[in-house]
Design a protein around this ligand. Structure first.
Ligand SMILES: Cc1cc2nc3c(=O)[nH]c(=O)nc-3n(C[C@H](O)[C@H](O)[C@H](O)COP(=O)(O)OP(=O)(O)OC[C@H]3O[C@@H](n4cnc5c(N)ncnc54)[C@H](O)[C@@H]3O)c2cc1C
Length: 245
């Protein structure tokens, strides 16, 4: 398989945790330093490999949250009974080390070029690679008209809340809270549906570029809704984190 061959050329690097930021009660960002890390593009991910004392290894993928040119950072949501995420969110301390390889992925990438508007659609921790794109856009002073539609369960679960409350010029942020909303909430309060997409998404005639990330079910629902609005399937790039999320 070409993908496997490509991965084979990536070497595992030892990464050290140099900073940790609690984003929400269940989500933490780890800033990593790794000798030999060559930088990344917005939207790419790394593989993380943990090795226990008895030699047992577990590997998972994590999107890169930081913009190209910034220190490497991943943002991880803790899944109950998960093998890897509880360590990264609740246990890893500054100075801890584990292995990473990457950057991985050339398809779910936004390099900031082109005039077409951009639509970003995120469910839960699916906001992570989209945040790398948003940060890249801000760092490079891009004026590309960009909209983010971001679905979280509750206000407390909104990752990068403070940063998203102050979007850069030309970035519009639309949020929906699916399970509970704080008093005075003015955003949406339901799962993403056709009506919401109709209000938030660019017209298909504007030929927007689309990046959707989240659980498989979330991504499929959002992509199907946009196709029903007339978006060409090939204009929609998706990243699926798995069944949960
Ligand atoms: C390209 C890519 C990028 C990703 N980026 C991110 C990211 O930026 N942030 C992020 O938080 N996640 C991301 N993920 C998801 C991440 O890779 C992991 O899947 C996630 O962290 C869960 O890993 P875990 O080891 O904690 O849980 P796992 O051990 O894999 O378990 C996952 C869930 O399945 C359940 N489970 C496990 N085994 C069984 C079983 N035998 N029977 C029934 N249920 C079971 C567990 O209870 C748990 O709820 C990404 C995934 C991909 C593919």
């Amino acid at each position: 398989m070409a993908g496997a061959a490509l991965l084979g050329r990536l070497t595992w690097l030892v990464a050290e945790v140099v900073d940790a930021v609690q984003e929400t009660p269940r989500v933490r960002t780890l800033v990593l330093e790794a000798d030999g890390w060559d930088g990344h593009r917005a939207g790419q991910h790394v593989d993380v490999r943990l090795t226990s004392e008895d030699g047992y290894q577990a590997e998972r993928s994590y999107s890169i949250a930081s913009a190209p040119g910034e220190p490497l950072a991943v943002t991880v949501e803790e899944l109950e009974d998960g093998e890897v995420s509880p360590y990264l969110v609740s246990e890893a301390r500054e100075g801890d080390r584990f292995e990473i390889r990457g950057p991985i992925g050339g398809y779910f990438v936004w390099d900031g070029s082109g005039d077409a508007p951009v639509l970003l659609v995120a469910g839960g921790s699916g906001v992570v690679p989209l945040m790398s794109m948003i940060r890249h856009r801000a760092r490079t002073g891009s004026r590309t008209p960009t909209r983010l539609l971001y679905s979280s369960r509750s206000y407390e679960d909104v990752i990068y809340r403070a940063e998203l409350d102050e979007p850069a010029d030309g970035l519009e942020v639309f949020q929906t809270l699916t399970r509970s909303q704080p008093p005075g909430w003015t955003g949406y309060a339901r799962r993403i549906d056709a009506e919401m997409l109709g209000e938030v998404a660019w017209s298909a005639a504007d030929e927007p570029r689309v990046f959707i990330c989240g659980s498989t079910r979330f991504v499929d629902a959002a992509a199907d809704g946009l196709v029903a609005m007339g978006y060409p399937p090939l204009s929609i790039r998706t990243e699926r984190f798995g069944a949960t999320g």
